[in-house]
Every structure is written in C-alpha cells, then in structure tokens.
Design a protein around this ligand. Sequence first.
Ligand code: GLU
Length: 284
Amino acid sequence: MKKKVSVFSVVLMLVMAVMLAACGGKEVDKPAGAGEGAPAQGGSAEKSAVAAAKERGKLIVGVKYDTNLFGKKDPADGQVKGFDIDIAKAVAKKIMGDETKIELKEVTSKTRIPMLDNGDIDAIIATMTITEERKKQVDFSEVYFEAGQSLLVPNDSPITGVQDLNGKTVIAVKGSTSAKNIREKAPEAKVTEYENYAEAFTALKSKKGDVLTTDNSILLGMQKEDPNFKLVGGLFTDEPYGIAVRKGDAEMLKAVNETLSELKSSGEYDKIYEKWFGEKPPKK
Ligand code: GLU
C-alpha cells in the first residue's frame, strides 16, 4: 500500500512538472502583442496590429532605408522612397483610411523579425523572401514581388557565375537568405557578412570582396547608382517577397492581402512597379 501511494505521487509530481514546463514555454515563446494562432481580437496582449495602429493613429511599418528602388532614404529631403514604401502607403490607406498615417521604421535583414515580434513595428515590407523557416516565426501575405539571387561584380571582373567563386571573397548581408544560399552554392568561397546593404556595397566598392550577392532586384538598384558594376551569373534562387505580420494576427494578414489584391485589380500595382523599375511587371 505504502509503495503504491509513493509511485502514484511520483507520477502526479511528474505530470505537474510537465504541465508547468509546457505553460512556461508557451509564455516565453509568445511574442508581445500576439498570441500564436490566437484570434486577433481579445485582451490587449492578443490585439491585432490593425487595432493597435488605429488606437495610436498611425501604422508602423518596418522598411529598408538603404536599399535603392525598394526603401531608400533620400538625403535631399529626408524621405524614404521605393517600391516597398509605396506598397506600405497603400496598406496604411487601407487600414487608416489615409496613406500619411504611417511611420516608416528602419529595419535590416537581421533586425526585422525581432522588431516585429516585440511589437516595435506592425508589419515588415522590406525585400523579404517568404521561406519555410521564416514561416515558423511570422505569417506572410501573398507574393507581391518576384526576385532571384544573383551576383554584382566590378565591370572588369573575370567572375561570370557561382562556378567562379572558389577562393573568392563574397560580400553578403546578415540575416539574408543570400548569405545562407551562397554557402550552399559556393562552399569554397569565403563569405563576409555586413549589417546592411549600404555597408555591403561600400565594402565591394573599396575592394573588401570580389563580389556582392543578394537579390537581382537589389543589385539592380546598386548598379543604377554606380554603373562601374554589373550583374552576372543569372538568377540561381527564387526569392518571392511577402509582407510579414505577427504570427496568428489574422486580421492584419487579411488587411495586407486585401490591399495587395486591390492594388492588382485596380492597375495601381502595375503603376507602382513601372514607376520604380521602368517596365511593366512580368506576366505570369
Ligand atoms: N530577399 C532576401 C531576404 O529576404 C534578400 C534581401 C534582404 O536581405 O532583405 O533575405
């Protein structure tokens, strides 16, 4: 009898310990301002970014400040401009009824998910590729831009593709898919990672590396700024861009997806695309 009781109590204690650990883990995992899979409404901790933006009177979007054509701060007037910025303004118009009710906060490839998680921003619109790995941390909208990884080299470089990168120094940006992919595509290359695209491009210009790798769309923006560089090697990955929202924020996800489909059906998407890239978007 005595033995039975003690076995029972040990089992009970174990069960309680497991339950406590499970609850504790959930609390730690849960990003501020979002419940995993929880409905968007509810207590303040579970509030949708839509409600938070309306309450504070502006939508806060994480964007790049140093990526020409997508999100770049213009030193002439201090305004951040680009394709991603125009998409962000359309989301603000949809949610706030006014595209000027927006704050554009600078993110880098490395900081964008942590900033979304801790509630610093309501969404990420920052040349961000939809990947399975990132889907574990954030929810993505429909694809709003299609890019692919490529290489940028000085015009006189002998490099023509990933096959030429053995023993070469490749410049990439921390937290980007590009930094990860290039290690798989060119395992014999030395990869040096920088904080953002401005630093990476400066490093290439000052010959701290032989080549810079990221999406063709971003490299095109650099090449436009400095025609002493060219894109080589074609596209060796698929980089579909999505707008990221906090995991489980169904209301915010719906708002961004509706914005994108309205932009497409009204023809506004094509106009924004042409404004930045000088041509109509490729037909599917
Ligand atoms: N689209 C790629 C990515 O999401 C590269 C561009 C970037 O670093 O934002 O990682």
